[in-house]
Design a protein around this ligand. Structure first.
Ligand SMILES: Nc1ncnc2c1ncn2[C@@H]1O[C@H](COP(=O)(O)OP(=O)(O)O)[C@@H](O)[C@H]1O
Ligand SMILES: CC(=O)OP(=O)(O)O
Ligand SMILES: [Mg+2]
Length: 398
């Protein structure tokens, strides 16, 4: 059977088609820089052990538009991989916020769509886009099963002391206000790879997912026990356009003294902050270019970004009472060796020592980049949320 997976992130749309149960990728691709200048699509097909890619550029305003172009590539291009929409048995969708309702892969019904919609305001950069992709897929693949896999699911193992906020219980009981955590599919996938690599069931791992959205997870014996994002995908690390942790007093101050509305405040912390707000672009590649021109704002943005990650490594070393491995993953984590170096500098007290040559030598497959004397393994592991989603969808259908 063919399972198509659609992973819409805040700045990108990734997709992969898998032949199951062989777990063989038939094609994969990504639409990048959605909504900003320089959008492009890269579509790759795998045939007879060889890879063939095509790239298309041209501004793509939103994820719905991106997905429609992807569907044309899948069905009508030189590198088409299906003859008819009926060749797809199931479409697996990454859905970012599942609230307390969903813990595993879930068949999408009208009721499930209603719940995803209810959570729009908690994940404003994601759930509306995930919903749109479900609608486009339902219209295109009318006979396929549509399945959701939630970012929040992996973090359902958080202990109460980690998932409860220090506010009256009523807000948890009545309004479900608690830490949910995100990027769970990615943290799960890379930590399982790390556990296999370490060959150690009982392990203390810190997973650092640095994409457009960024989060970290403390993972003990394969289970998430703490994570940096919270009620929504906004707290914790500095991100592409999101502020990460910010004292709520700032919000009260802007409301009281500058008359900011709810919308303006949400736009500020979700869309105008992070790398964009401090450094001038939401895209790390642009920030690196600005840095090479000596741009002071870009220098500051990079310092803040690395410093926040370092602080969470310290916190999670304490929470786990030790560390066996830290993992760098996602767009920045996998591709930006300078950021990995900035994060790992002066962490020898915790037993974290980078090997600069190994760090630079990373080429897209799981790699150890620590020095020989480092007590902690430093791993770069390419995430594969699409694979994990396909695997979970297959489990549900089977
Ligand atoms: N070669 C690279 N060097 C530095 N950053 C990179 C590189 N390639 C991609 N990135 C960064 O990765 C981020 C996007 O990561 P990704 O995981 O694709 O995001 P998301 O899934 O959240 O949309 C962007 O900030 C982008 O600049
Ligand atoms: C949850 C989240 O921030 O996802 P992404 O990094 O894909 O935007
Ligand atoms: Mg992502």
């Amino acid at each position: 059977m063919n399972i198509l997976v659609i992973n819409s992130g805040s700045s990108s749309l990734k997709y992969q088609l898998f032949k199951m149960p062989e777990k063989a990728p038939v094609c994969s691709g990504l639409v990048e820089r959605i909504g900003i200048e320089g959008s492009f699509i890269k579509h790759t097909v795998y045939r007879n052990g060889e890879k063939h890619s095509i790239e298309e550029s041209g501004f793509i305003a939103n994820h719905g538009e991106g997905l429609k172009q992807v569907l044309t590539l899948l069905t009508q291009s030189e590198y088409a991989v299906i003859n008819s929409p009926d060749d797809i048995t199931a479409v697996g969708h990454r859905v970012v916020h599942g609230g307390e309702h969903f813990t595993g892969a879930t068949l999408i019904t009208d009721e499930v769509k209603k719940q995803i919609k209810k959570l729009f305001s908690l994940a404003p950069l994601h759930n509306p886009v995930n919903y749109k992709c479900i609608e486009v897929a339902e219209q295109t693949f009318v006979n396929a099963k549509q399945i959701a896999v939630f970012d929040t699911a992996f973090h359902q193992t958080l202990p109460e002391k980690a998932y409860r906020y220090a506010i009256p219980e009523w807000y948890y009981k009545k309004h479900s206000i608690r830490v949910y955590g995100f990027h769970g599919t990615s943290h799960k996938y890379v930590s399982e790879q790390a556990i296999k690599w370490l060959n150690q069931e009982n392990s203390k791992i810190i997973s650092i997912h640095l994409g457009n959205g960024c989060s970290m997870a403390a993972i003990k014996d394969g289970k998430s026990i703490d994570t940096s994002m919270g009620f929504g995908p906004l707290s914790g690390l500095m991100m592409g356009t999101r502020s990460g942790d910010i004292d709520p007093s700032v919000i009260f101050h802007l409301m009281e003294h500058s008359g900011y509305t709810l919308d303006q405040l949400s736009t500020l912390v979700n869309k105008q902050s992070g790398l964009l707000g401090v450094g001038g672009s939401s895209d790390m590649r642009d920030i690196r270019k600005l840095l090479s021109e000596g741009n002071a704002a870009a220098i500051l943005a990079l310092k803040l970004y690395a410093y926040r990650i370092k602080k969470f490594i310290g916190a999670y070393a304490a929470v786990l009472n030790g560390i066996d491995a830290i993992i760098f993953t996602a767009g920045v984590g996998e591709n930006d060796s300078n950021m990995r170096e900035a994060v790992c500098t002066e962490l020898d007290y915790l037993g974290i020592e980078l090997d600069p040559d190994q760090n630079i030598a990373y080429k897209g497959e799981l790699k150890e980049i620590n020095s020989a004397s480092s007590k902690v393994k430093i791993l770069v592991i390419p995430t594969n949320e699409e694979y994990e989603i396909a695997h979970q969808c297959y489990g549900l259908l089977d």
